[in-house]
Design a binder for this molecule. Structure first.
Ligand SMILES: Cc1cc2nc3c(=O)[nH]c(=O)nc-3n(C[C@H](O)[C@H](O)[C@H](O)COP(=O)(O)OP(=O)(O)OC[C@H]3O[C@@H](n4cnc5c(N)ncnc54)[C@H](O)[C@@H]3O)c2cc1C
Length: 406
């Protein structure tokens, strides 16, 4: 006889990855009881609610990678989900713009990647067509990506939460429940929270910026550490909003695809510019001077962090100087829109990325999901994980179906 449990599965983390995973398992296994435990008072309080709100096409990612496989699939599912549940979204398209000759090699590679990943409708455009799409933008060559869109991922997360709870009587989405530890037993795990203990047959760790810590509490030696990178945004003033029609991106450096400030029209009509990417002294610290001794110690006592710093110090300094100098931030934005002035931008939001870094100092590029006997750990889910979330949920459901007795 098995032990009586409170839930078959406990998912840790009420961000979009945890919620999409719980939702997909519930759809395929309606008899399985699931609890999602979220430490904050509301869902999507961290990466999910503080991102750019872009439905990515899947153009950049290495063909065959988990990112490439799940992004385009997740995008299509996300749009169908938004349609079904009346969540506002827009497929407004974006342009990637090269402004200097030296960017053209990366530009060509990205285009080839896009073709290999079978991204619908992409085409190269010249300076005239760039101007036609974005009258204030200047560039020497562009890639038009018509299937990119915008959405509010918090709304998606909230809808998923609602569907998980209404999907089965036994399911719960519990906010203000912080997971503090686990007591392991043979056939179940006691999940200890600040609001009591729940016995679960299986646990799924989707704790974002804290996923490495949750993995460690479960006795999993992940071999990676989350190093937090803050991204600060500016916003266009209302008067300047007409300088951007949709989404304008620079050509990324393949080594740092998340670097390079871009312009993003959001679903609420505001236009964000940024972000930069600087080492954050606090995992959930959104202010420039936020600091946590614990988080700092965790990052700086890890050899991988130092190896990464030594390898990329030049990039790091550049990003830091832009974090503290509006003039330098503006100069980067002016590469795409030369007429942008200091009076056109004002400080906006910030987000912190959970970037897993290996002991060798290399940022883990692809999504990383690992299974243990009674648990699944999402150890790296950076961008485009919000776009890909429903496809990641499918993948996690597949692992659970194959390996858990549900
Ligand atoms: C600045 C920025 C811009 C981005 N832009 C985009 C974009 O435009 N498009 C896109 O597709 N992706 C984007 N991303 C990436 C995307 O936001 C993330 O990949 C995605 O949100 C990850 O979701 P998650 O559920 O793994 O993490 P999170 O949203 O961070 O959720 C993890 C949750 O776990 C909870 N948690 C942690 N520890 C515990 C604990 N002990 N007990 C209980 N709960 C716990 C946290 O409170 C949190 O709510 C961006 C990310 C950032 C930071």
């Amino acid at each position: 006889m098995g032990q009586e449990v409170d839930f078959d599965i406990v998912v840790i983390g009420g961000g979009i990855v945890g919620l999409a995973s719980a939702y997909k398992i519930q759809l395929h296994h309606p008899e399985t009881s699931i609890a999602v435990l979220e430490k904050e008072e509301q869902l999507a309080a961290h990466q999910t609610g503080r991102n750019s709100g872009v439905i990515h096409s899947g153009l950049y990612y290495k063909p065959g990678s988990n990112k490439a496989k799940t992004c385009a699939k997740g995008r299509k599912e996300l749009i169908a989900f938004a349609e079904e549940h009346n969540i506002p979204y827009e497929i407004c398209g974006k342009i990637i713009v090269a402004t200097q000759e030296k960017e053209l090699a990366n530009f060509e590679e990205i285009f080839r990647n896009g073709l290999e990943n079978e991204i619908e409708g992409i085409e190269k455009i010249g300076p005239g067509e760039i101007k036609k799409s974005e009258p204030f933008c200047c560039g020497i060559a562009g890639i038009l990506v018509p299937c990119t869109g915008i959405i509010d991922f918090t709304e998606v997360a909230e809808k998923l939460g609602e569907l998980i709870e209404t999907g089965s009587q036994g399911n719960k989405v519990l906010t203000s429940h912080k997971v503090l530890g686990f007591e392991k037993h043979n056939s179940f795990t006691k999940v200890v929270t600040n609001q009591g203990t729940f016995a679960a047959r299986y646990i799924i760790n989707c704790a974002g910026l804290h996923c490495d810590r949750i993995a460690k509490l479960d006795g999993v030696e992940a071999g990676v550490k989350i190093v937090p990178f803050r991204g600060d945004y500016y916003e266009l003033t209302e008067e300047a909003r007409d300088k951007v029609k949709n989404l304008i991106y620079p050509v990324p450096d393949p080594a740092f695809p998340f670097l390079g400030a871009h312009f993003t029209r959001k679903i609420d009509g505001s236009v964000e510019c940024g972000p930069n990417a600087v080492f954050s002294f606090k995992r959930e610290g959104y202010g420039k001077t936020d600091f946590s001794f614990k988080d700092c110690w965790d990052s700086l006592s890890y050899l991988g962090t130092w190896k990464m710093f030594f390898r990329h110090w030049k990039y790091g300094l550049g990003e830091y100087s832009r974090a503290f100098s509006r003039r330098l931030f503006l100069r980067q934005l002016q590469r795409l829109i030369p007429s942008l002035g200091a009076e056109d931008i004002k400080p906006g939001n910030a987000g912190v990325r959970a970037q897993a870094v290996g002991r060798d100092g290399k940022p883990i590029d692809d999504f990383r999901i690992e299974r243990r006997e009674n648990s699944i750990h999402v150890l790296n889910a950076p961008s485009p994980a919000a776009t890909a979330s429903l496809a990641i949920g499918d993948y996690i459901n597949q692992i659970a179906t194959e390996h858990f007795r549900i």
